[in-house]
Design a binder for this molecule. Sequence first.
Ligand code: C2E
Ligand code: MG
Ligand code: MG
Ligand code: MG
Length: 287
Amino acid sequence: WGRKQGEKEFQFYQPSMDLIDAERRLLETDLRSALDNNEFLLYYQPQVNLITGRMVGMEALVRWQHPQRGLLPPNRFIHLAEDLDLVIPLGAWVLKQACLQAQAWQSISLVPLRMSVNLSARQFKQANLAACVAQTLQETGLNPKLLVMEVTETSLMEDIDDTVEKLRDLKAIGMEISIDDFGTGYSSLNYLRRFPLDTLKIDRSFVAQVMSDSNDAAIATAIIAMAQSLKLKVIAEGVETEDQLAFLRKHGCYAMQGFLFSPALPAAEIEALLKQDKRLNALTANS
Ligand code: C2E
Ligand code: MG
Ligand code: MG
Ligand code: MG
């Protein structure tokens, strides 16, 4: 199966290409100094267990606080960062920041809180990836079991033998591996079986119409069933309605991420959510 990335969203406007080019050049200059200027920050989106209703993890999502243009989402600059080779230092910064934050949150979380970090294709290809990750874990003190690497199908399928080796090296450190945007790429189920994976994330393009499009419902159901038989966890992305939640719960999905529970938020707001959860739990326990 497969669905082209952004098939539904992408529109091509011929007349504005010059403008896009000009914007690209402007951003390029700024992007080169953004890391040194401390202009990146992380937002975090909770992942909620569908049975207990508890926050079991967070996904770190990078933002760029541009001095003139305001807060920019990753789709405005990640591709550019890839092209400029800035995605390696940016990715290293994201990983370290996310690990530090995860470590700091363990004491206010009710359950061990996992931290998911997105890995770009370029980062995944890095020869010394596992060594870099191991060093960051050591520096930040985060339990490797609590770190999850999100990789897309496309990066995994590029060079199967290299992928198997990379994933084994990462798993040897103790962390978990998750396939992001699952269903949008073209993975071979035969290869999937060879990879040491922990989680599949159902892309939000399927979740969006799980109630209205029987094909999307069938795909979501099939992904959950397949994950279960491969003994993988499934996380649904982009859950926005109670109906979608009920559907996913009924079919045995492990956890969800989406606006229904919370959008990605700055660290301070996530911290407030975690504290509120703990306080509620203490009140219930004492009553
Ligand atoms: P992703 O990893 O698939 O992350 C999920 C995206 O869906 C996030 O967008 C999140 O805000 C959005 N989302 C979550 N719940 C909902 C919902 O209920 N409805 C809708 N409509 N959207 C929802 P965001 O933060 O803009 O990130 C976009 C993409 O940028 C990410 O997709 C990921 O591929 C990439 N990205 C983010 N942070 C990093 C990073 O640190 N490194 C790399 N390489 N890529 C990153
Ligand atoms: Mg992701
Ligand atoms: Mg995703
Ligand atoms: Mg996505």
